[in-house]
Design a protein around this ligand. Structure first.
Ligand SMILES: [Zn+2]
Length: 180
């Protein structure tokens, strides 16, 4: 792997890290605009965890109504956000105590929801700190592999490749064809 491509990867990882520092601040800025002032008065975004936005609501009825309408909210919010949210959770749990961390909510399994797009797949459990280029690359490769639905990557072009092709040629069919 060339130094340039390592730098490209590090660049991408750095941008992701920057984004992960700020998503919630960005969301707060456009929240009222997206939901409207009436809804904004009854809601308070709490945090973004693993691309799921947690929002406190003033009542269970609001939580229910907003949960039903969250698909269109997601569409609108994701137009404003560089990294799309996968879902929004509304709960009255933290409405009264804004300073308290929503610990109770953190224990709720995100994948219990049918519209939840699993990010156990897109995010390996272990997120190594970027100690060196190899670790960064290994982490990146895992993510890419996971995004390709678990298909192994061709060692030559890093494309998701059916295991059968790797067994036969050690590379993908496209790279194999180039060799002949
Ligand atoms: Zn290939």
């Amino acid at each position: 792997m060339s130094l340039k491509s390592v730098n490209d990867i590090l660049d991408v990882l750095e941008k992701q890290a920057k984004w992960q520092e700020q998503p919630f601040q960005r969301l707060l800025k456009c929240w009222t605009e997206v939901v409207g002032s009436v809804v904004a008065a009854q809601t308070r975004p709490l945090s973004i965890q693993r691309d799921v936005l947690w929002v406190a609501t003033s009542s269970a009825a609001w939580a229910q109504n907003l949960t039903f309408g969250r698909s269109s909210l997601l569409l609108k919010l994701n137009k404003k956000l560089p990294t799309p949210l996968v879902d929004i959770r509304f709960s009255t749990a933290s409405w009264q105590h804004p300073s308290v961390e929503p610990k109770q909510q953190q224990t709720i399994s995100a994948d219990e929801h049918p519209s939840y797009v699993s990010d156990r797949i897109s995010r390996p459990d272990t997120t190594p700190s970027i100690q060196n280029a190899n670790a960064a690359f290994g982490h990146w490769a895992k993510i890419v592999q996971a995004r390709s639905n678990g298909l192994p990557l061709c060692p030559q072009c890093q494309c998701p490749t059916p295991p059968g092709e790797l067994q036969r040629w050690s590379v993908c069919s496209i790279c194999a064809a180039k060799q002949f």
